[in-house]
Design a protein around this ligand. Structure first.
Ligand code: GDD
Length: 336
């Protein structure tokens, strides 16, 4: 367990970053939390952390300011979202390269002991994801390089930048490739939401408005593995403390189609089967993507615990309470 450390978490106002702040505070660390988002847009805020709102880490001056006297750095920051966002904002996504680059330079200049980079399954070669049911992607499947355009290229490039900072300057780096992380305090509307939250929202709204149909992007046969955020945090921290410095998948092995996930969410909500309106012109991403977890099991002796149904139930309940509280908008912000 990481304890009594001074830790910089960049992207602390975002979804995974917020959960990480909570866990590392609970474990007894001093947290410096930064995010480009203004205070009112942070997904979670913790009073015990040293919070820096509206701080753009693409600016190296900001990186240098907060990296001083820090033991560990977690870079959880990037301009991202589900397929609806990353397919239409490639230039925005690629600019996150500045965050990672400037942070690495600042860490090299100070006494930072260890650096974490949150990479993504979007770094994998697209040609290996063209079928609905595929073998889980192994870490070696990122090469030869042909990642998701924009967002995936930035992740793959930044992974390599981390590796070279370790080789050339001796900075200890750890890199996770996340496979579609979902859970409470994630985006569920507005255009950046990923499929689990989007489909929960659509089913909650259909139920609320007595509608018997939902819109689904694509034909619903696309497959993915989704990982609940608590498992993501646990895997991340274990990887961080390990001595493995190459990229590692952090994902589940419950491969489902989007149609299967909709059935699970319908079961949670108790609605009758809704008519699916398949929108074939919407962003679809790769046809099939799932995580092979042999490496993470081998090096960390760890596997995810929360099954998809259980995680979706927690997510559904949180989104449902958010939607019911709309207007007050307070339940997004936990202060502790
Ligand atoms: N977002 C969304 N909203 N997706 C939908 C919807 C909907 O209402 N209906 C169906 N889908 C389908 C998409 O068309 C896609 O085929 C699949 O659900 C998964 O979509 P996302 O969850 O948006 O993205 P992804 O799995 O392709 O990629 C996400 O995860 C990667 C890591 O595994 C993105 O968030 C990437 O940024 C991330 O790197």
């Amino acid at each position: 367990m990481i304890k009594n450390k001074k830790i910089l978490i960049v992207g602390a106002g975002g979804f995974i970053g917020g959960h990480l702040v909570k866990r590392l505070l609970d474990d007894g660390n001093y947290i410096v939390a930064t995010d480009i988002k203004p205070r009112e847009y942070w997904f979670q805020e913790f009073e015990k952390a040293e919070n820096h709102f509206s701080m753009d880490m693409k600016d190296i001056g900001n990186c240098r300011k907060v990296a001083k006297n820090i033991d560990y750095v977690f870079n959880m920051a990037c301009n991202m979202g589900g397929m609806g966002f990353i397919e239409n904002n490639k230039a925005e996504c690629m600019q996150s390269v500045l965050i990672n680059t400037n942070l690495l330079i600042s860490c090299k200049e100070t006494s930072v002991e260890r650096y974490f980079f949150s990479s993504s399954a979007c770094a994998y070669n697209k040609t290996k994801q063209q079928n609905v049911f595929i073998e889980g992607l192994r870490e070696t499947d990122a090469y030869p390089a042909d990642p998701e355009d924009g967002y995936g290229w930035e992740k793959l490039f930044s992974e390599r930048m981390c590796r070279h900072f370790m080789e050339d300057y001796g900075l200890q780096v750890r890199v996770a490739r996340y496979h579609n992380i979902y859970g409470p305090f994630g985006t569920y509307d507005g255009g950046r939401e990923k499929a689990p939250a989007a489909l929960c929202r659509k089913i909650i709204k259909a139920k609320k408005n007595n509608k018997n149909e939902i819109e689904v992007w694509g034909d619903g046969m696309q497959t993915r593995t989704f990982l609940y955020v608590d498992d993501c945090i646990e895997g991340t921290l274990r990887l961080f403390e390990s001595d493995y410095s190459e990229p590692v998948n952090i994902g589940s092995d419950e491969q489902v189609s989007i149609n299967q996930m909709i059935e699970i969410i319908e079961g949670i909500s108790g609605v009758k089967k809704l008519n699916r309106i398949y929108q074939l012109d919407k962003p679809k991403g790769v046809r099939g993507r799932s995580s092979n977890n042999d490496l993470v099991k081998k090096i960390l002796n760890w596997s995810y615990k929360i099954k998809l149904r259980e995680g979706l139930k927690k997510t559904y309940n949180w989104i449902s309470s958010e939607i019911n509280n709309q207007g007050s908008n307070l339940s997004r912000f936990t202060k502790s």
